[in-house]
Design a protein around this ligand. Structure first.
Ligand code: TYM
Length: 332
């Protein structure tokens, strides 16, 4: 069985529709045929300031949403990154084979640090993609199911794996980004040329999977479209309508051309009603199940502890091999 690894940050109070359609849906599909490892990257979360109590709560909440969204802890290994110390340990070794210029070229760092200025950005934020490479390479996966915005980071993980293998002898599988065609990039409803994002989107541009049906419906009905009336898939000229079509296509697993044909002669309002219904039908049960799971935090913590134990079995073997290859003296 081939292996896959992926993670989603516990930032914000809820996963948003982009996280769900761009990543979680694919994770759920992949767990049947793959040996899957899914984790909550809390070490990554603290690259920007976090309130400690909130971080803890959100980490559990993210785990609950993975499970409610369809991750089956009997099939997949589900864990919290900080419970597996090998992530930070491997990251250090990888930091030492990453070029400063190479890290400087990561666009997510450039975007995130641009906001507060480079002076305000932490060194952790700078080296974030190297930690992500460690997250991936520890598990020897063939694939990393992510949305389109993580492509460059997975590329760095590939480069570092190849570099390490070449320099010290083969320790890592060189992984591939697994990016689905539909849903790989969901856009802000109010600003459909930029991606839906917890940090960048206005509340009305964002659909959280824990939002109630009324809020979701209202936001979709007020999604920005254009002054034309034809429902067509055209990213350049009709980004709003295109985004709605892609959301509907991913949720209903209907090819875009079929959807477009069905809307011939219909108005934007029809499309919005259908999108709103499809989104609500999908996320409503996830919200209910998440809240149920959060009622029993001890049980969640127990599941996460079991996941960490399974993850460590794999992670510690990779790290031991790496430590040996770089020439660290074994502990007698
Ligand atoms: P994060 O937490 O920003 O996003 C989690 C996943 O959601 C996808 N995604 C989107 N997909 C479609 N449309 C959008 N608007 C959208 N916004 C987010 C992301 O591509 C991602 O798959 N660095 C990672 C977390 C991470 C990780 C890893 C991922 C840490 N270590 C190891 C994979 C493997 C991140 O911040 O994703």
């Amino acid at each position: 069985r081939q292996r896959v690894v992926s993670g989603m940050q516990p930032s914000g109070d809820s996963l948003h529709l982009g996280n769900y359609l761009g990543a979680l849906v694919n994770w759920v599909k992949s767990q049947d045929e793959h040996d899957a490892f899914f984790f909550i990257p809390d070490l990554h979360a603290i690259t920007v300031p976090q309130d400690p109590a909130e971080l803890r709560a959100r980490t559990r909440k993210t785990a609950a949403q993975y499970i409610a969204g369809g991750i089956d802890v009997e099939k997949s290994t589900l864990f919290v990154q900080s419970h597996v110390p090998e992530h930070a340990q491997l990251a250090w070794v990888l930091n030492c084979i990453t070029g400063f210029g190479e890290a400087s070229r990561m666009t997510q760092f450039k975007d995130k640090s641009a906001k507060g200025g480079q002076e305000a950005a932490s060194v952790g934020l700078f080296t974030y993609p190297v930690l992500m490479a460690a997250d991936i390479l520890l598990y020897q996966p063939h694939g990393v199911p992510v949305g389109d915005d993580q492509r460059q980071h997975v590329e760095l993980a590939r480069d570092l794996a190849q570099r390490f293998n070449h320099r010290y002898g083969k320790a890592f599988t060189v992984p591939q980004a697994l990016i689905q065609k539909e849903g790989a990039r969901i856009y802000d409803l109010q600003n459909p040329t930029s991606k839906m994002s917890k940090s960048a989107s206005s509340p009305n541009g964002l659909i959280n999977i824990l939002d109630d049906s009324k809020t979701v419906t209202k936001r979709i009905k007020s999604a920005v479209t254009d002054t034309d009336t034809v429902i067509a898939h055209d990213r350049a000229n009709k980004p709003g309508v295109t985004n709605l079509l892609e959301i509907l296509s991913t949720l209903t697993e209907t090819p875009i051309p079929d959807l477009v044909a069905g809307y011939e002669g219909k108005m934007y309002g029809h499309l919005k009603v259908d999108v709103a219904e499809a989104v609500v039908a999908r996320i409503e049960p996830i919200r209910t199940r998440t809240l149920e799971l959060l009622d029993d935090p001890a049980e969640l913590d127990r599941l996460l502890a079991r996941g960490a134990e399974k993850a460590r079995e794999v992670a510690s073997a990779t790290l031991a091999d790496v430590y040996d290859k770089v020439g660290f003296l074994p502990l007698a």
